[in-house]
Design a protein around this ligand. Structure first.
Ligand SMILES: [Zn+2]
Length: 326
């Protein structure tokens, strides 16, 4: 039926900001950050038009026994801005969200260098950027700020091609105009890719507003892992999270949305639910490959135009069309 409402739509967010910084151009063409007021309008729309579910409702939806169209709100990467800016909005609307925690990121207490690089390139673009990626080298000429987005997008792509996890990029691999890049370690902005702490996450879990899931230890794509890597990135984070949060961990999401048969097998062995980044509503998907819509997934410059329509309404309308088109 064209336009029928899907029974379950899962939304994927990352971080919130009061305003999107000019330099934030994750992968060149889109940002993973959403303004708090847009998130508020999105959750408000969901609360009025759908049932906002928690993971304990999931089995009913997966079995096709649910009677009300539902939305599950998820966050990847466990950022501090989720605690500061999303939690109050969720509480205001009586909603909960499932947060997928990257354990090593929480323990490292710093913004991964690739986001500092993004900002430094924007603030003072060099003529040339060189990055050593294992045996490969990424070299790009940058012609002022206009070239920064393409350079960052190219870097993400080359990281994946060279199988170097982008969030593990190291300063000593990077040169600006042939000179070593020296990021300022003191510049940590709490609302730009900075992780939440264990105590903040456990408090939000105790308050019943956040549920906690797993998202690896180092954010290395799970499709790249050896047996040993799967133990460290898939199995052990579940125990670590249980110890630190004091609650059962039932769900995970694939870092960068990347998986293979071995990763799926490990996810199934340790978790009841595993989420991908495939942007469509739930159909009869297996519990280890649950689709999610990335929000906003749009260029910052388009956000105002998009918000002439309620953001969630737009996403969910698209979801309805896609459900009808199956
Ligand atoms: Zn992630």
């Amino acid at each position: 039926m064209a336009g029928s409402t899907p029974m379950l739509t899962v939304l994927m967010f990352h971080g919130l900001v009061r305003d999107i910084p000019e330099y934030s151009v994750y992968r060149g063409s889109r940002t993973c950050l959403i303004r708090q007021r847009d998130f508020d309008s999105c959750v408000g729309w969901c609360a009025r038009n759908r049932r906002i579910i928690s993971q304990q409702d999931l089995p009913k939806y997966l079995r096709g026994e649910a009677t009300e169209p539902g939305v599950l709100i998820t966050f990847d990467d466990s950022l501090a801005s989720v605690v500061d800016l999303a939690v109050p909005v969720l509480q205001k609307h009586g909603a909960t969200a499932l947060v997928f925690v990257t354990t090593g990121w929480v323990e490292g207490k710093v913004t991964p260098l690739i986001f500092h690089l993004e900002r430094d390139l924007w603030d003072s673009p060099p003529q040339r950027l060189d990055v050593r990626l294992g045996d490969a080298e990424y070299s790009v000429a940058i012609n002022g700020r206009a070239g920064v987005r393409a350079a960052i997008a190219g870097l993400w792509n080359r990281c994946f091609a060279a199988r170097v996890a982008p969030l593990l990029l190291r300063a000593e691999w990077i040169r600006f105009d042939g000179r070593p890049w020296e990021p300022d370690p003191a510049r940590q902005e709490r609302h730009v890719w900075f992780p939440a702490t264990w105590s903040e996450l456990s408090q939000a879990a105790r308050d019943g507003v956040l549920e906690i899931g797993a998202h690896g230890d180092t954010h290395t794509p799970w499709s790249w892992l050896s047996d040993d890597g799967r133990r460290r990135e898939i199995a052990e984070p579940r125990e670590r999270l249980r110890a630190m949060i004091g609650a059962e961990v039932r769900a995970c999401s694939y870092p960068h949305g990347m998986y293979n048969d071995a990763a799926r097998g490990a996810a199934r062995q340790h978790y009841e639910f595993a989420f991908t980044n495939v942007g469509r509503p739930l159909r009869d998907d297996p519990a280890d490959l649950l689709p999610r819509f990335h929000v906003p997934g749009e260029r910052p410059v388009l956000m105002d135009a998009i918000l002439k329509y309620p953001l969630a309404g737009r996403v969910l309308r698209k979801a309805a069309l896609m459900a009808g088109a199956r």
